[in-house]
Design a protein around this ligand. Structure first.
Ligand SMILES: [Ca+2]
Length: 287
């Protein structure tokens, strides 16, 4: 008698399980999705080892139709297992972007990874002294090579890690300079226009055949004054590194760069390939 009851119970349980899947109650948790809390949008994911932008992902809405959990990373800290809402489409003027709401939305700029089963920080990222004369010279040399005469050097971050895991360290340098006299900028806002000599760049420094090489990840260098009344069309971008993470799950770390512009923000994943950086995923709004 007891055996029969247990058996019947098993059948009913299995039947309910199948019915649940068919009606969508057990939709999968989001897997490998990469979200920016800075830009409040979904960047995309890796599908079949290829980068797939969220707005080109036909399965996006189906994959994120239920609440999910995300692990959050920034240069300052990480938080694991934070709950998020199902996917939402952003309203006008950002209709082509999607988002999920997280508790940390108001607590800082993070790169949020959904449903990953690998360690996205395989090697530590170390902060080096941004006032180091050696890195100031790297930035000055790069700006001079790209047309600036006597540039003002203002470094925000110098970050060291080994992105490929080959035992050799690389360095990222974030440098941004805008004159304090800007309308808007001196109130802490993004500048409305740019003046000759201003810049915001993310550089990468690596050693190839025992020689250091500097590469541009992303950035803008302003070689002439671009003044009112054209803003916001001429408003400059400000770049910063959000996180250095293995977002693909292949053991190589990518760099997530935030951008800010007057009334807008974005975030992208930049990958070193064939000696140059390419933006593989991006989302943003307000341009
Ligand atoms: Ca390396």
């Amino acid at each position: 008698m007891n055996k029969n009851r247990l058996f019947l119970g098993g059948v009913i349980f299995c039947f309910l399980g199948v019915a649940g899947i068919q009606s969508g109650f057990t939709a999968p948790a989001p897997t490998g999705y990469i979200l920016s809390t800075h830009a409040r949008c979904m960047m995309g994911r890796v599908a079949n080892k290829q980068w797939l932008m969220a707005k080109e992902d036909e399965k996006l809405e189906a994959n994120i139709s239920t609440p999910g959990k995300y692990d959050l990373y920034s240069l300052k800290e990480s938080r694991t297992g934070e709950k998020a809402t199902p996917l939402k489409r952003q309203g006008y003027p950002c209709d082509s972007y999607y988002y999920v709401d997280l508790k940390s939305d108001t607590q800082g700029a993070y790169t949020a990874l959904g449903g990953i089963n690998w360690n996205p920080v395989p090697r530590a990222v170390k902060h080096l002294n941004p006032n180091s004369a050696a890195y100031k010279k790297v930035v000055a040399d790069f700006l001079k090579e790209n047309g600036l005469v006597n540039p003002v050097i203002k470094i925000e971050n110098v970050l060291k890690t080994d992105i490929q895991g080959d035992g050799k360290d690389e360095v990222f340098i974030v440098a941004t300079y805008f004159a304090k006299t800007h309308r808007g900028y001196n109130r802490g806002d993004t500048p409305l226009y740019s003046l000759k000599g201003e810049y915001s760049i993310v550089l990468f420094r690596e050693v190839i055949d025992e020689k250091p090489v500097t590469r541009l990840v992303v950035g803008e260098i302003h070689l002439k004054d671009t003044l009112m009344p054209e803003p916001p069309s001429v408003a400059p971008n400000l770049y910063s590194i959000n996180a250095i993470l293995d977002v693909k799950g292949d053991g190589v770390m990518e760099v997530v760069v935030d951008d800010r512009i007057t009334e807008g923000s974005g975030a992208g994943v930049y990958v070193l390939e064939n000696n140059k950086f390419t933006r593989k995923l991006y989302c943003g709004c307000g341009y």
